[in-house]
Design a protein around this ligand. Structure first.
Ligand code: SF4
Ligand code: SF4
Length: 238
């Protein structure tokens, strides 16, 4: 989903914004759930996804880890992604006996639809970043074989307060890039402890789901920059 180069191969030649019509409509998917299967570890979560998952499931990071989510190294950071359930495994609510998202029901529907991650909201679109800005793209080789009717992009995303969400997306992307840059100058031991600190602060530490997400994110980012800002600036000054 994070595309920064080589998009000619994968996009339909246009950049879209929220008030554009995008050719991605698929009649409510009509029982298809292809994009919820065999996704490996590609559905990487951001802090807003974590907040939504907590809200929708009533479970914390620690209650979901190794059941519905797992962690891995992504460009120097330790980030969570949705797991895939394999034949014979338990922990989700599907009985499909194949590789699929733990939140996919037996009838092939998303059981956390209102709280699904940003990656799932976008699909088959992606984001193309240029500095702190991003554009939406349609990935032309995804969701194949379906009639693509035009839909309003903001409706497709179904995110409350889209301008605020987009500001968060830009902030988190910029933070990830700065962290990646700073981590490259640290020793292996320090890299590991910084990556674990970021995971703890933005994902493991539970969000208050009865409160808005954005002020909580901003407060955590302030704490984080208080702790890591000097290291970021030092790396940027080299
Ligand atoms: S692959 Fe396309 S049609 Fe199938 S569930 Fe995903 S978005 Fe819907
Ligand atoms: S969270 Fe929902 S939409 Fe996303 S992969 Fe899982 S079942 Fe599919």
């Amino acid at each position: 989903m994070l595309r920064e180069e080589g998009i000619e191969e994968i996009y339909d030649g246009r950049f879209y914004s929220p008030d554009d019509l995008v050719p991605v409509g698929c009649s409510g998917c009509e029982g298809c759930s292809d994009c919820c299967r065999n996704t490996g570890d590609t559905i990487i979560l951001d802090p807003y996804d974590m907040y939504l998952l907590q809200t929708g499931t009533g479970r914390t990071f620690e209650e979901m880890i190794e059941l519905q989510i797992e962690i891995r190294l992504v460009e120097g950071l330790i980030l969570p992604n949705l797991m895939q359930h394999h034949e014979g495994e338990s922990g989700g609510n599907n009985g499909l006996q194949q590789d699929c998202c733990p939140f996919l029901s037996e009838s092939g529907r998303c059981t956390i639809h209102p709280w699904r991650p940003g990656f799932c909201r976008l699909y088959p679109m992606g984001r193309y970043y240029e500095g702190d800005r991003f554009y939406y793209i349609v990935q032309k080789n995804e969701c194949t074989g379906r009639e693509k009717t035009p839909v309003l992009l903001r409706d497709w995303l179904g995110v409350e307060d889209l301008p605020r969400y987009e500001a968060f997306i830009s902030s988190w992307h910029s933070f990830r890039k700065r962290a990646e840059n700073a981590l490259a100058f640290l020793t292996e031991k320090s890299r590991s402890s910084v990556a674990r600190y970021i995971l703890q602060l933005f994902f493991v530490h539970p969000y208050l789901t009865e409160m808005e997400f954005y002020p909580q994110y901003e407060a955590r980012m302030e704490i984080c920059m208080g702790a890591l800002g000097d290291a970021f600036r030092a790396a940027e000054g080299r």
